[in-house]
Design a protein around this ligand. Structure first.
Ligand code: COA
Length: 188
């Protein structure tokens, strides 16, 4: 059992947290443990993030990124190296899971080097191929695509229902949207 820091406070992140989150994530990215993030990406995705503070100091962060109407990825999970094994990661994932349950999601998943940690929180290992949207959306652009050593883990939050469906991305069936032709003169 891990000990929890006394003043730990977990809540949704705000723009003010971006600097501290970036410093934490990119310190792990420098060692190849996480993907590096930029200010632009963080600003775009800050609403996905929850943060844990030990007093004034950022103890850890994590994000819940929606994939389909019924599934989301737990990602960008990081705890300050000197605060590991104090229950910070657990509190963050529990907060993200609560958020997923509030959205009535069927499952949450993660790609990780810390599969043992996720096992402790009720996740099970799955084949990467069981998460086709993730592969389609992110992995194809990843430099490690052909020799990925991350482990896919998934936690089912509720049974699947008949009305749940996975969106299809076939370009053959997708309707093309016609963009309006804007007259340049309008902007002069
Ligand atoms: C993985 C990480 C988030 C875990 O955070 P943490 O705050 O140290 O974890 P906790 O203290 O909440 O641990 C919860 C439980 O998991 C166990 N655990 C923690 N890290 C573990 C690991 N790497 N392997 C196996 N078990 C682990 C703890 O012993 C604890 O067990 P318990 O239920 O018996 O008490 C943290 O080590 C980290 O930031 N790692 C670097 C970044 C990273 O790999 N992120 C994951 C990307 S998805």
């Amino acid at each position: 059992m891990t000990a929890t820091p006394v003043r730990l406070d977990v809540h949704k992140a705000s723009m003010r947290d971006i600097g501290a989150i970036l410093a934490l994530i990119n310190s792990y990215a420098a060692n190849g443990i996480m993907l590096p993030r930029t200010e632009l990406e963080m600003s775009e995705h800050i609403r996905d993030f929850s943060v844990a503070y030990d007093g004034e100091r950022l103890a850890g962060c994590g994000a819940l990124h929606f994939y389909t109407p019924v599934s989301a990825e737990v990602r960008s999970l990081a705890v300050q190296p000197d605060l590991k094994q104090h229950g910070v990661g657990r509190l963050l994932v529990e907060a993200l899971e609560q958020e997923a349950r509030a959205q009535d999601l069927e499952s949450i998943f993660a790609f990780t080097y810390a599969a043992g940690f996720f096992h402790r929180l009720g996740f099970s290992e799955v084949e990467r191929g069981e998460l086709p949207l993730k592969v389609w959306k992110d992995c194809l652009r990843c430099p490690k695509f052909h020799n990925c050593d991350e482990i896919a883990v998934l936690k089912r939050l509720r049974a699947a229902r008949a009305e749940d469906h996975t969106p299809q991305f076939s370009t053959r069936t997708a309707k093309l949207v016609k963009l309006p032709i804007v007259n340049q003169a309008t902007f002069r």
